[in-house]
Write a protein that binds this ligand. Structure first.
Ligand code: SF4
Length: 325
């Protein structure tokens, strides 16, 4: 567990700062002015820092919610995403965060109430619109929940705002906050790659079987579930592995509880891709990507879309499947 904690002066006495610190044994606390002075420092090694990341507690002042790119969604026309945290407990070798940030330290923005106020505002000012909120863009939504308690805070507020669907995206098995009192406008979305790949390239992520055990419990309780195959990864034997994964997942749960499935190609903006390659110089994993104008992505020759649609529709109605590219 992280011992070094940087705390912004402004929130040093915030009740949540104290609560989070109380969950870390023997922390060494350093007071700073702004999180960026530690997080954005140049010449840091993401890879080295990943071995022992510090925790940074900060306040987020603006841009708490962002619009998603056009065409990104799971059925609703209006879509926003947010992150209460930067960086992740897990270490997926393809994770774009290692190309995006120079630091692997965890940043938590403790002013959860301000996220809630923004969500409330969006719901109230768009009463007649159906909106999806996506959590887990710059982090995994639940992997740090035992310390942060962000989702435990937020999900209690969401039932009041019926025009909002909240997607909680995760690879974690943390499920303590999901009781038998299901919340209709919450979708718990699990990201998967095939087991053979995950075991090797998703360091720290619970096994497919462990996650399926949790998913089965949630499915039995009646929670709405999402499945995210984004990115689909191309490697020797990927098609057989994905087919096996689909059988394993969809034969084990109540299909009626599946809210949506999304998939997408592995894709990176050029600058992020180059940094990511530098961080993983010994991996051969990424060489299946093709250079486009300002990005790198899986080649069209693999027909990812037709392969996924063909194999997912064996289990799920095509209207619930979304290709986010
Ligand atoms: S779980 Fe998601 S956010 Fe975390 S390391 Fe893996 S890809 Fe990145």
């Amino acid at each position: 567990m992280t011992k070094l904690i940087y705390i912004e002066r402004e929130i040093k006495d915030h009740f949540r700062t104290k609560l989070i610190c109380s969950k870390i044994s023997n922390p060494e606390i350093i007071i700073i002015d702004r999180f960026s002075e530690i997080f954005n420092k140049r010449n840091q090694s993401f890879k080295l820092q990943k071995n022992d990341p510090a925790l940074i507690l900060a306040k987020k002042y603006k841009n708490l919610l962002h619009k998603t790119p056009e065409n990104y969604g799971i059925g609703n026309k209006y879509n926003y995403y947010f992150s209460y945290m930067y960086n992740c407990l897990f270490d997926c070798k393809y994770c774009f965060l290692q190309g995006m940030y120079s630091s692997a330290n965890y940043v938590i923005f403790v002013n959860y109430e301000d996220y809630y106020e923004e969500i409330k505002k969006i719901s109230i000012t768009n009463k007649k619109k159906n909106i999806t909120l996506f959590s887990g863009y710059d982090c995994d939504s639940l992997a740090f929940e035992a310390v942060s308690n962000f989702m435990s805070y937020l999900i209690k507020k969401i039932p009041k705002y019926e025009n909002i669907d909240l997607e909680i995206r995760t690879k974690s098995t943390y499920d303590k906050l999901f009781s038998k009192n299901i919340i209709k406008n919450i979708i718990i979305a699990y990201s998967f790659t095939p087991e053979r790949f995950s075991n090797k390239y998703e360091i720290g992520v619970p096994s497919v079987d462990k996650r399926l055990k949790v998913i089965k419990r949630l499915s039995n309780l009646g929670w709405k579930l999402g499945f995210r195959f984004d990115p689909v990864i191309i490697y020797d034997g990927w098609q057989e592995d994905y087919k096996e994964l689909f059988v394993k997942i969809f034969q084990n749960i109540d299909i009626d509880n599946v809210h949506s499935i999304t998939f997408g190609k592995l894709r990176f903006p050029e600058t992020i891709y180059k940094k990511l390659i530098k961080e993983n110089i010994s991996e051969s994993l990424f060489f299946n990507l093709e250079k486009k104008r300002n990005s790198y992505e899986s080649s069209n020759e693999y027909n990812i879309e037709s392969f996924l649609i063909e194999n997912l529709t064996k289990f799920i109605d095509e209207r619930k499947i979304f290709f986010n590219n």
